[in-house]
Design a protein around this ligand. Sequence first.
Ligand SMILES: [Zn+2]
Ligand SMILES: [Zn+2]
Length: 401
Amino acid sequence: MYQYIERQAALALPRLKELRMDLHRHPETAWNEIRTTKLIADLLSKEGYDVVCGAAVAGHETGVIATLHCGSQTGPVVALRFDIDALPVKESDAFDHLPFREGFASSHPGLMHACGHDGHTAIGIGCAILLSRMKEKLNGTIKLIFQPAEEGARGALPIVKKGWLDDVDYFMAAHIFNMPPDFPTQYNIIPGVSHSFATTKTDIIFHGKSAHAAHPSQGIDVIPAMANLILRLNQIHGEGFIHTGTIQAGSGRNIIADYGKMELETRAPSTGQDHRLNALLRESAEKIQKQYGVSVDLQVTGSAPSLESSPSLVSQITALFETEVPGLHPWPHMTEFPASEDAAHMINRVKERGGQALFMLFPASLAADLHHCDFDFPMELLSLGVTAFVSCIFFLLSKKS
Ligand SMILES: [Zn+2]
Ligand SMILES: [Zn+2]
């Protein structure tokens, strides 16, 4: 059966490529994935899935949950998560950037699928199509979660809060991964992330008092306060780091700025360390507020705990790939994912209920790293991803209970 899965995934590659190119041409950022949502929902409805989209998924207009009931349904519930959103990155128009050269670069100026979520979505659709054909051979329930707003770590938690993970016994997700230079090239899949960075995304809003720049004593200037805070935060190292990504303030050179906004994030190797970093952030903001007389308001916009796969599921799936799936060559160690992933919220919910979770990486030598305007990935990862996920589902749902 595993060879059948691999063959079908390879045969699906031309269609998956078309899908990926279409998604790449039409990137949509967090909570705006309207076209992407419709495309997924339409395709999966035709494949016989129970499809839910709209506010019932994550409280917004976007995202899809597609459920397939297989056999007598006495088997476990397995959920797969695919993220669907793009980034506010202006895509490269260099001739050596393949999406540009091949004519499928972003048609939405300033937006780009620079994190591979177009690939993840195409893999999810590929899995859906193949699994619906294999339905008679499976026993249990498959839940495909097409998650909006992974960037900014915003989309997973509302899905958890809506209860979509409450009946899930096994959870799986994956990310395309820029292979480190020393990674042995004979391995083409990492079936288990040991941990990822925990992260918290915060907006800081500053209010001061406007005045003519010739009379600074009549105003309260937010810009020196912001500058001081940025420098203080830059000096916090050790357990992780605080990165200021954007600042906006002021309306003219001769006006005391009464409003400012910073967008920043913390990243740390563990959830506890991330909490400590955020305590330091709040402490620094309070000091600045007192020192400059400005008002400083911290608004958390997203977060993700550290993500940890379940070791026993990792070893079962590693052994499965090694022995049963000829095209998959699993890296035999759990590996850290040097990024953040809000699927961690889903994983934690599944584990709380006694379930198990797996987060895989699809390593490839990428033209540029994630979030870069030259990012791209080899299309072969699409069939590899389908093979990996569908093999896992067959393994979990074909066992005699
Ligand atoms: Zn990303
Ligand atoms: Zn990503």
